[in-house]
Design a binder for this molecule. Structure first.
Ligand code: 5CA
Length: 441
């Protein structure tokens, strides 16, 4: 892609209503534009990142054995009356009436709808265990939408739902998701800490929030520094390893402020190890047994020949919020560096040659073609802006690798640079080889 053709409305100034750096950066770099409070349009640059995050989330769900489907954004109020949540959900739910005066709502989550699909179609334990998920827009009429995509009213969520015959089975599904979450966040370049959390309107008695450490996060967290040393690579998804993994991550005291208990914290975590900080909740998992299956009569024939109510859990990831969380962690001193797994482009080519410098132009075009033909997504700056303003733009766009072309260079040599590291002088073939190792290994 050539920068002159990319729809990238960069703002020179920091928008005054944007209070945290991810919100500022997303507006300035032309990733999103607000259409109403807490509701955003995703412009090409932002949408590319969102899609890449979604892909990683999807791959890890599929790897855990979950099956993707798609439920609608609009749901019938009747289902929510069946579960008993319709009135309780309060003002956060956007309630709509159609022309026949039927009550509908814009889904804030999907426990009811998935339970209906399950009960109408699954009759036997032989179809269990089952984990279904979708990645769909949700609407919650948040009282204070803020921080851009971090707390939106419309936001993209991955939500999975597990169905099991027994409580033990349901806990295994829970543990599989626990593992998939840690893998997902790691691939996104984030260190996410699981914490015991309040179950809120979803309900149930077992739940963990996954929180990325960041000063601007809305959640206050209490944990032990020791949890930062745990590595998900040391576990796999066999049942035995899953149990060990959950034990390792949950035996250290970690809680959000709603669940915090000072005495317990002091008893369990030595003063020197205590970590009290803030973070961004990027995921939340719940085990709630028969909270929905009982009132909604999701019953199957068990392996013992009896009718039993299915055991359920639900598992959410804030896909659009993750864009903000990744920026909070990787945007420092006005310079963004996307993790290579989600960067909107693999590499930037910045041509600093003067307007009529055909040598520089040809050189840029040559390496641009070479990289494109080798499946790289390349952004070539072919604009006529000053070098200073080009670099400023790329500080915002955040592509982690740059190829810089200037008139003083040898014809076959290019300046190659990883953002924040020393530059190297390399040939086109050497750059190609390097990028293949970085991205496709
Ligand atoms: N049904 C359950 C799990 S599928 C559920 O809805 N859980 S939740 O309420 O915790 O939401 C899941 C994730 O969505 C949260 O961890 C958070 O990352 C994200 N999320 C929730 N509210 C918002 C919001 N207003 N803006 C952006 N992301 C949000």
């Amino acid at each position: 892609m050539k920068l002159s053709e990319l729809f990238l409305p960069i703002l020179k100034d920091i928008p005054s209503d944007a209070k945290i750096k991810s919100h500022q950066m997303m507006l300035r770099s032309g990733m999103v534009r607000q259409s109403a409070a807490g509701i955003y349009s995703w412009l090409p640059l932002g949408f590319k990142v969102l899609k890449k995050i979604e892909l990683i989330v999807r791959e890890e769900q599929d790897r855990a054995g979950a099956q993707e489907m798609l439920m609608p954004t609009i749901q019938s109020a009747d289902l929510w009356k069946e579960s008993g949540r319709y009135d309780g959900y309060g003002l956060e739910m956007l309630r709509i009436k159609d022309r026949q005066d039927r009550e509908l709502l814009y889904g804030p989550t999907n426990e009811e709808l998935i339970t209906q699909i399950f009960r109408d179609n699954v009759k036997s334990y032989k179809s269990l265990p089952l984990i279904l998920y979708h990645i769909q827009w949700k609407f919650r009429d948040e009282i204070r939408p803020r921080f851009g995509v971090m707390r939106g009213r419309e936001f993209l969520m991955k939500d999975s739902y597990s169905f099991d015959e027994t409580k033990e089975g349901a806990i295994l599904s829970y543990n599989k998701m626990f593992y998939a979450y840690l893998k997902t966040f790691e691939r996104l370049g984030l260190k996410a800490i699981p914490l015991v959390a309040d179950t809120g309107p979803i309900g149930g008695d077992l739940s963990h929030e996954f929180v990325v450490l960041a000063e601007t996060g809305e959640s206050q967290i209490y944990t032990s520094k020791k949890i930062l040393d745990l590595k998900i690579e040391n576990f796999d998804n066999s049942e035995q390893s899953l149990n060990k993994m959950v034990k390792a991550y949950t035996e250290t005291y970690s809680a959000t402020d709603e669940k915090f208990d000072q005495k317990e914290f002091d008893d369990l975590v030595k003063k020197d190890d205590q970590l009290i900080t803030r973070g961004i909740e990027v995921g939340h998992i719940f085990y709630f047994g028969d909270k929905y299956s009982k009132p909604m009569k999701a019953v199957v024939n068990s392996s013992l020949g009896k009718n039993i109510t299915v055991e359920m859990g639900s598992y959410g990831i804030g896909v659009s919020r993750l864009v903000g969380a990744i920026i909070e962690v990787n945007y420092n001193n006005n310079i963004m560096k996307w993790p290579k797994t989600v960067t909107p482009f693999h590499v930037a080519i910045i041509n600093l040659g003067k307007k009529n410098d055909e040598t520089c132009k040809n050189k840029a075009q040559k390496i641009y073609e070479l990289l494109k033909n080798n499946s790289f997504d390349v952004l070539l700056d072919d604009t006529e802006e000053s070098p200073a303003s080009k670099f400023k733009n790329f500080d915002l766009i955040g592509i982690p690798y740059q190829i810089i072309i200037g008139s003083k260079q040898e014809i076959e040599q290019y300046e190659f640079k990883e953002v924040g590291c020393e530059k190297e002088i390399l040939s086109a073939q050497e750059i190609l080889k390097k990028l293949k190792i970085i991205y496709f290994n």
